[in-house]
Design a protein around this ligand. Structure first.
Ligand code: NAD
Ligand code: USQ
Length: 397
């Protein structure tokens, strides 16, 4: 298949592009490299020294003989260039990673909120409008988030996107239908993913597009089978307070002897998946292809759910780290339960990598190896959800 990977230079997109190329697909990356410019804006670099994209692509060709082409296009603001790629290359599948994906970054201030909405909503809409205008029947596989469901304890296992509801009609007869699971985003970033869901539903209904939305949990780990092949292929490792996600941050903190930064009581339960599994699930979604025209296929993409404090205690036990409870800069439930169905991907052959299987070593090894690249002043999360949270954190500090 010809697969266009939007956002293929990022943390999830890069290993997924390599995995698709390794599997024999013809791959092209569309990425405007804005994530690398955000590193400059935030004054922090990936803990791992990532090569430039041209270097990465040359190295991949040296190692495997397979060429991946790069289109430097802003998905949100250069619609004509996007359309030209659709019309001239005519991909069979499009994997969409190209969004601003940090919740804290999206909550910094009005400029970051507006950027996140503008980038994510416009980018997704441009892809959908472009598919229609190019008369392209490509399968769109989008990386969404388990965060769209919200994090309130639920009496049911969270289903895969749709909730079956029954209610009485005017005459008292029972009506049953599937609706999108009510969304309750916890940040402006998560809100853009909720909006994406409506855009998909609309374009599937009126333009018969083929769409899979992967509701993915927090990704951890760094390397995959393909990125391990050469130092120049190494994946990025975000550890800072904006882009670093909780498990990778804890592993890095343990490696450098920094107390684990648990927000609040650590009672938040979240979904997790290893980056190797991200690449696997994306490939399974692309290769399975078979979505029904007109109905968005939603698959929950996670290996397991875990409480932040349990993760911290596990790392404390296994790696001898210390735990520090910090006032939470986010406005989120102090505690929640979370159970989630993931049958759709399992039925396609997904066999999740679980935390217990001890993949810590690699991440900790990487963190230790590049510890001198860590700027400790960038570890604490300093993006506050609202003035009340800021005041509460300042009062406690
Ligand atoms: P990332 O920031 O590392 O990568 C995103 C890539 O998209 C970057 O290379 C960036 O340059 C590119 N991009 C952003 N806006 C663009 C635009 N307008 N035009 C062209 N390119 C653009 O993020 P990631 O961690 O790889 O996440 C990828 C996707 O997966 C996101 O949509 C995110 O919501 C989703 N996701 C990520 C996680 C996680 O834990 N990392 C978890 C669940 C879902
Ligand atoms: N947390 C800590 N300490 C830290 C960092 C985070 O206790 O040092 C807590 C947060 O308060 C939160 C939880 O850990 O309760 C998760 O935070 P996170 O930064 O690891 O993840 P999140 O902000 O939810 O976002 C990440 C990705 C995002 C993706 C989402 C999946 O950045 O792109 O959509 O995970 S989900 O969590 O399912 O919404």
């Amino acid at each position: 298949m010809k697969v266009l990977v939007l956002g293929g230079d990022g943390f999830c997109g890069w290993p997924s592009a390599l995995s698709l190329s390794h599997a024999g697909h013809e791959v092209a990356i569309l990425d405007n490299l804005v994530r690398r410019r955000m590193d400059e804006e935030l004054g922090v670099q990936s803990l791992t020294p990532i090569a430039s994209l041209p270097e990465r692509l040359d190295c991949w060709e040296d190692k495997t003989g397979r060429r991946i082409v790069h289109h430097d296009i802003d998905l949100a603001h250069d619609y004509p260039a996007l359309l030209e790629v659709f019309q001239s290359w005519r991909p069979d599948a499009i994997v969409h990673f190209a969004e601003q994906r940090s919740a804290p970054y999206s909550m910094k201030d009005s400029a970051h909120k507006r950027y996140t909405v503008d980038n994510n909503v416009n980018g997704t809409h441009n892809v959908l409008a472009g598919l229609v205008e190019a008369k392209l029947d490509a399968h769109l596989v989008h990386l969404g988030t388990t965060g769209v469901y919200g994090y309130e304890s639920s009496p049911i296992d969270i289903p895969e996107g749709y909730l079956t509801v029954s209610y009485p009609d005017r005459l008292g007869a029972t009506v049953t239908r599937d609706i999108l699971y009510p969304t309750k985003p916890g940040s402006v970033y998560h809100m853009t993913k909720s909006i994406d869901q409506l855009l998909f539903q609309f374009y599937a209904q009126y333009d018969n597009l083929r769409i899979t939305d992967l509701h993915q949990g927090i990704v951890w780990g760094t390397q995959t089978d393909e990125t391990r092949l050469d130092e120049r292929l190494i994946n990025r490792f975000d550890y800072d307070g904006d882009f670093g996600t909780v498990l990778n941050r804890f592993l890095m903190q343990a490696a450098i002897g920094y107390p684990l930064t648990v927000h609040g009581t650590g009672g938040q339960t979240r979904a997790f998946i290893h980056v190797q599994d991200t690449a696997t699930c994306v490939r399974l979604a692309v290769e399975s292809g078979g979505t029904v025209h007109g109905q968005v296929r939603i698959m929950n993409q996670l290996a397991q759910t875990l409480r932040v404090i349990d993760l911290a205690r596990l790392i404390e036990r296994e790696l001898g780290a210390t735990v520090e409870f910090l006032p939470n800069p986010r406005d989120e439930s102090a505690e929640n339960d979370l159970d989630m169905v993931n049958d759709n991907l399992r039925n396609l052959g997904f066999d999740p990598i679980l935390l217990e299987e001890g993949l810590f070593e690699e991440s900790v090894g990487i963190a230790a190896r590049y510890a001198d690249r860590c700027d400790r002043s960038k570890i604490r999360a300093t993006s506050y959800w609202n003035e009340e949270r800021r005041a509460a954190v300042e009062a406690e500090s």
